[in-house]
Write a protein that binds this ligand. Structure first.
Ligand code: UMA
Length: 466
């Protein structure tokens, strides 16, 4: 796997980690970004006796949180920033952006939280990446292996490190890894690396799909890592790598394959055939069967108990905001899939509800803050079940117009806010209809994230129904 970064930035390599930590004891460090990762980083450095020279954050409102932590937000030009041993970057900070570029231009290397984790806590048992399905798959694997689930799902890796001056307790970890986190890492080598799929996303950050793909490939860069790869994904299918790979998909066969159908998962590993029954799973849709297959084989490769794997398949209720059926008083069905922040995720949601609620007319809500992604795949996949498209939020109108330009004949309307859109839609929803809230866009026009958007969707639903 070729190493490539869209922006050439200086990283601390894994074998230099202990050296720079030593230097930081006298020179101090810079923490870039004061969100979940930055706060966990400041706390770790403080309990390790390392001075935080400065916080760099573009948002002036973060001054309050900084002073609560007894650190201060400074400008890059500040003398104290210049002399720091390294900068710890939060994943959301674009390495090509002004903040990062000015830090690099001072010659300060970046140290990734993943490299710190590998050095002080150990590599995760399983790392999971891909555009969609990461959190669900990582959670399934975590339950199958009885391990902690960390990373992009909401727990910064750095939070797991007890102290940088003493060895930490080894922990059983399943890590959800975003392309942003992988981009900052100099190396990562989980026992098993599951790469679920790749669809257009984060082009604002990575520029091209090729680069986005390459950042994600860092997960399986080590030949020691067993790669669990999706055979139904055209980019992954052609991948050549050193080290063992296992392929999951709907048509794969032979040794090293994990085939799934609506009924079961069949893994052929090390000369043995292992089956898991899918008849009781509460997860719906082909994309979730792919997630279940990837999870089951990743857990098997880490020697999970087969009975536990089957039990998790049978009982896992799914995560909030992912194809979540919202209880309603009427006969119509309402589904909250606020996590669908790309057109590809919306299409997966649509296919899943079509399969699980046959015969229902679908009212599809799209909108929020559109990403750099094309809508034509979704437009061509709408099918006859979709009756209305409702746009909402910052880019709602543009999105429904774009979709209906590719696929004509669909009724659509749009509203400035989620509240207005629901106020219009809910009283008109017929008993045979299903309302699918799978926006296909980020939520930052109105909300702090997809979780807040999903919670607000459910709250407005209750309010309208009263
Ligand atoms: N900031 C700047 N300049 C920038 C960007 C950010 O100053 O150019 C500052 C912000 O003002 C803020 C801080 O940086 O104070 C936020 O840092 P961050 O965006 O890295 O967010 P964290 O709160 O540290 O959360 C990060 C992940 N966020 C992102 O990657 C954007 C969380 O993933 C993750 O759960 C958390 O670390 C723990 O690992 C969220 C996410 O949206 C869920 N991930 C993307 C996704 O899933 O699509 C990749």
């Amino acid at each position: 796997v070729e190493k490539l970064s869209p922006v050439n930035f200086p990283k601390v390599s894994r074998d230099e980690v202990c050296g720079v930590i030593g230097r930081a004891q006298t020179a101090g460090v810079v923490v870039c970004g004061l969100g979940l990762t930055g706060i966990a980083a400041v706390r770790l450095f403080q309990r390790s006796g390392i001075r935080v020279n400065a916080i760099l954050d573009d948002n002036p409102q973060k001054r309050g949180s900084a002073s609560e932590l007894a650190v201060s937000i400074k400008a890059v030009a500040d003398e104290e920033v210049r002399g720091s041993a390294f900068a710890l970057f939060s994943p959301g900070i674009h390495p090509g952006g002004d903040l990062a570029q000015s830090v690099f231009s001072l010659g300060i290397p970046s140290l990734s939280e993943l490299d710190l984790l590998g050095e002080f806590v150990g590599e995760p048992l399983v790392g999971v990446t891909g555009t969609n399905g990461k959190s669900t798959t990582a959670t399934l694997i975590g339950k199958m292996l009885e391990a902690e689930i960390v990373g992009n799902i909401g727990t910064p890796f750095i939070e797991l490190i007890e102290n940088l001056s003493t060895p930490c307790r080894k922990r059983r970890l399943v890590a959800e890894l975003s392309s942003y986190q992988l981009e900052y890492a100099s190396s990562v080598a989980p026992q098993v690396g599951a790469f679920l799929n790749l669809a257009e996303n984060h082009l604002e950050r990575h520029g091209t799909m090729e680069r986005y793909f390459r950042e994600k490939l860092r997960l399986i860069e080590s030949s020691q890592t067993i790669a669990v790869l999706c055979a139904d994904d055209e980019r992954l299918r052609t991948l050549q790598r050193e080290g063992r790979s296992v392929w999951f998909g709907q048509r794969v066969t032979g040794e090293g394959s994990v085939r799934y159908s609506r009924a079961e998962i069949t893994a052929q590993l090390d000369g043995e055939v292992v089956n898991f029954d899918l008849s009781r799973t509460r997860l719906i849709g082909a994309h979730n069967r792919a997630n279940l297959a990837a999870a089951a084989v990743s857990a098997l490769l880490c020697s999970a108990d087969r009975k536990v794997i089957q039990q998790v398949i049978d009982t896992f209720p799914g995560l909030e905001h992912r194809l979540e059926v919202v209880p309603t008083t009427g006969e119509s069905v309402v589904i909250n899939d606020s996590k669908a922040t790309t057109p590809h995720a919306t299409l997966s949601a649509l296919n899943a509800v079509r399969e699980s609620f046959p015969g229902r007319e679908i009212v599809l809500m799209l909108g929020g803050q559109a990403k750099d992604a094309s809508w034509n795949e979704l437009a061509f996949g709408l099918g006859p079940e979709v009756k209305h498209l409702i746009g909402f939020g910052g880019d709602g109108e543009r999105v429904v117009r774009e979709v209906t330009e590719f696929a004509s004949g669909y009724e659509f309307c749009s509203f400035n806010t989620l509240r207005d859109a629901l106020h219009f839609t809910l009283p008109r929803l017929k008993p045979n209809q299903l309302l699918l809230f799978a926006p296909g866009c980020a939520s930052f026009d109105e909300f702090s994230g997809f979780e807040e958007r999903g919670r607000e969707f459910k709250r407005l639903l209750r309010e309208e129904r009263q």
